[in-house]
Design a protein around this ligand. Structure first.
Ligand code: ASP
Length: 342
């Protein structure tokens, strides 16, 4: 029997139309284009249903409330389909791909985000190949996790980052191997894939509160006042993007006391490196351990996207600050490599 795929079409370049003011999402336009792709009608392709969202978005306009809606949509259709595709703009695809695994727990079916750098309406485009590959993987491969399929790779969603604005391989997974390479063959790296969960599938999240979280990139000369201003209510948690293995200006006692005061008052401050690859080790330098003493916790090798999404999801549930701190440092769904750090 043919497999059946559910396609949630949220917007993005993939289905956009060319207008005098640039590409714009257009209702019904993507379906029409997909109907005219003969490959999608062949026996080797799965059957599919498309759900076009009412508000097709440039992903730059997405918020955690949209992650929640996408997850809800997949959960509502979970029993009826063999796999799920989320068509999404590339700009914030890595954030949505990072968030969904914290919301959709106990997945036994693939959920694959994809899109295009050039829309399907152009003669030369990557959208067509991306959607065909994503559909084949969603139907034929037992990958029980949220992934991002684009160009030459299938990546774990919560390890992915958009690292190239102009290439047909715009995503990378700096701290985790690709789940599959897409070339002449689709070569799945079985060892990298999460084992099938023995838990029941569940939609596990309350509506997120985006106002409570911030991300800040340190830069040489950043002032204590800048950080203090950002840490004002309603901020409950912040991802601090530090230098190298988690360092910052430890000679600035005012800055350290701002961090310490906020931590003591229950603000969760997570240290992620601003390097694309590698992990935080706050014990390696005095410039890192001073942050640990101020109450900053390690984000280990999480991407900023994953750390932000994880914090937003954890804070959406009524957990204690201590609980959120503990969970932020624990591997919950493949987003973090534990061990190895002091
Ligand atoms: N701005 C677009 C978006 O993220 C870019 C894309 O889809 O490639 O929706």
């Amino acid at each position: 029997m043919s497999k059946k795929i559910y396609i949630a079409y949220t917007g993005g370049t993939i289905g956009m139309k060319k207008t005098s003011s640039g590409y714009v999402p257009a209702t019904g336009y993507l379906q029409k284009q997909m109907e005219s792709i003969p490959e999608l009608k062949t026996d080797i392709m799965p059957l599919y249903d498309i759900h076009e969202y009412e508000r097709l978005l440039d992903s730059a306009c997405m918020s955690p409330a949209d992650w929640f809606e996408i997850a809800r949509d997949i959960a509502d259709n979970y029993e009826k389909y063999d796999g799920f595709i989320v068509l999404h703009g590339t700009d914030t695809m890595a954030y949505t791909a990072s968030a969904l695994p914290f919301i959709l727990k106990g997945l036994a079916k693939p959920v694959i985000l994809t899109g295009g750098q050039v829309p399907m309406c152009e003669v030369r485009n990557d959208s067509r190949e991306n959607i065909i590959t994503a559909m084949m993987i969603a139907a034929d491969y037992a990958i029980p996790e949220v992934c991002l399929c684009f160009g030459s790779y299938l990546l774990r969603g919560n390890r992915s980052v958009k690292s190239d604005a102009g290439s047909f391989d715009p995503f990378s997974s700096p701290n985790y191997p690709p789940l599959a390479s897409v070339g002449i063959n689709i070569d799945v790296n079985q060892k990298a894939i999460l084992p099938s969960s023995n838990k029941q599938f569940e939609f596990a999240m309350k509506k997120p509160n985006k106002a409570g979280v911030a991300a800040l990139r340190l830069f040489p000369g950043i002032s204590a006042e800048t950080i203090e201003n950002i840490l004002q209510p309603p901020i409950k948690g912040m991802i601090l993007e530090t230098f190298g293995v988690g360092n910052g200006p430890d000679h600035d006692s005012k800055l350290l006391s701002v961090l310490e005061k906020a931590s003591n008052q229950g603000t969760i401050i997570v240290n992620c490196t601003q390097c694309l690859k590698g992990r935080v080790d706050m014990a390696a330098y005095a410039a890192g351990s001073a942050f640990a003493e101020a109450g900053v916790i390690s984000g280990y090798d999480m991407t900023t996207e994953a750390a932000l999404a994880k914090m937003i999801c954890l804070l959406a549930d009524d957990r204690s600050v201590e609980d959120v701190r503990k969970l932020m440092q624990k591997n919950l769904c493949g987003e973090l490599t534990s061990g190895m750090t002091r």
